[in-house]
Design a binder for this molecule. Structure first.
Ligand SMILES: Cc1cc2nc3c(=O)[nH]c(=O)nc-3n(C[C@H](O)[C@H](O)[C@H](O)COP(=O)(O)OP(=O)(O)OC[C@H]3O[C@@H](n4cnc5c(N)ncnc54)[C@H](O)[C@@H]3O)c2cc1C
Length: 373
């Protein structure tokens, strides 16, 4: 290949693809409309398949140097009673032990070593065109760029998707239409822990002994209002350590990040020389924390198919075939959990101790295997 692969968006998916193409010796250029990394202050939980993908990307040692190992997860009622727990280290094995990391650390890690001049910040893509031999994109400074393939790694509101695939398929998540995310001083949380009430769900994951990542949303499709009074009301009466972290963020609501949870469900991710990866292709509610994991896997798989030497449209078409079953599995498991989350608390208290561990295994079991090309 002499002309570059044009990657639109320097989030987790775009940076991971750039790394993988660089490793394979395939020319690329990334265009990112922001002048710095998005959401850099928050954290991301990386289940075992995300860690496996980072090993494939040559970042196995680097990931062990950041964040906090998440050896165990626990699901509790709003009163604090344990419904069930999972030994995550035993489930995933030592090489794929889950971790919670700051997004900024993950971005820095993915970007390290990319040659100067390949990542163009502050340049958004405004239009995409294809012809028989290549693709051309219009950039926000009025210039154009030409390449062999355009990869939409530009997130849930993707411009590439709108230009090349139409703008259908975005919907509010079944679990909750919106959520709050925040970082808070760690009151001693050393595991992934969630408290589920009839109106709200509150998750805490340690990022370090000093800092915890929090996520709060409605349970079973509610709105999770942007008025912070919703947080105070919904989680009043929840036990420690929820109480302490809530008090800390309510004292300074500027630390709270409120955003809609949107999903993308579309029948095609490739259209000749245009491909969608990451959230642009399949944004999914963070029920199983698969957004970053699927984005990292997408990048490795697409780079491997392009490196295998097939012509570009054929490699792109193959990408859709290879990735579809795994993504469909995650979407199905996300819907299943989102529906069961909306049952009344007393039903959950009776059934979760039995169905919960089986549900965890059903969701994550198939993701322990690397997707075959
Ligand atoms: C509340 C919440 C919690 C989550 N928690 C987790 C979690 O714990 N674990 C997990 O794995 N996942 C989680 N996710 C999902 C995860 O954040 C995403 O799946 C992941 O960030 C997707 O990465 P991406 O690179 O595909 O998209 P993005 O991170 O959205 O990056 C897209 C990039 O494209 C850029 N861009 C957009 N349009 C253009 C344009 N026209 N031109 C140039 N650049 C453009 C944007 O500025 C951005 O930098 C969560 C999501 C939400 C909403």
């Amino acid at each position: 290949m002499t002309e570059p692969v044009l990657i639109i968006g320097a989030g987790i998916a775009g940076l991971a693809l750039a790394r993988a193409l660089h490793r394979e010796g395939i020319p690329y250029a990334i265009y990112e409309r922001r002048t710095e990394a998005a959401d850099a202050g928050l954290a991301v939980n990386l289940p075992g398949n995300a860690i496996s993908a980072l090993h494939r990307a040559g970042l196995g040692d680097a990931i062990e140097g950041v964040g906090f190992p998440v050896a165990r997860r626990e699901y509790r009622t709003r009163r604090g009673r344990l419904l069930f727990g999972v030994d995550e280290n035993a489930f995933w094995g030592p090489r794929a032990a889950p971790r919670c990391v700051r997004r900024a650390d993950l971005h820095t890690m993915l970007r390290a070593g990319l040659p100067d001049g390949t990542v163009h910040l502050g340049l958004g893509v405004t239009a995409v065109r294809q012809d028989g031999t290549g693709v051309e994109v219009d950039l926000s400074d009025g210039s154009t760029a030409r390449g062999v393939l355009v990869v939409g790694a530009d997130g849930v509101r993707s411009t590439v998707r709108r230009a090349a695939f139409g703008d259908e398929g975005v919907r509010a998540a079944v679990l909750s239409a919106a959520s709050y995310r925040f970082m808070a001083p760690n009151p001693g949380v050393d595991r992934w822990a969630v408290w589920i009430g009839d109106r709200g769900t509150y998750l805490l994951i340690p990022v370090s002994p000093a800092e915890v990542y929090g996520f709060a949303c409605a349970t079973g499709g509610g709105p999770a209002s942007p008025d912070v009074g919703w947080l105070a009301d919904t989680f009043a009466g929840f036990p420690e350590p929820v109480r302490q972290t809530l008090k800390s963020v309510l004292a300074d609501p500027s630390q709270l990040y409120h955003s809609p949870i949107e999903e993308v469900r579309i029948p095609r991710w490739t259209h000749s020389r245009a491909v969608l990866i990451g959230d642009a292709a399949h944004a999914t509610a963070p029920v199983w924390a698969q957004g970053a994991a699927l984005a990292l896997e997408d990048a490795e798989v697409l780079a491997a198919l392009l490196a295998a030497g097939a012509d570009v449209p054929a490699a792109a078409a193959r990408f859709d075939q290879v990735r579809r079953p795994r993504v469909t599995h995650v979407q199905t498991q996300t819907d299943r959990f989102s529906r069961t989350a909306s049952v009344p608390g007393w039903v959950r208290a009776l059934t979760a101790p039995l169905t919960g561990p089986a549900g965890y295994r059903a969701a994550y079991g198939p993701l322990r295997e690397w997707p075959q090309l």
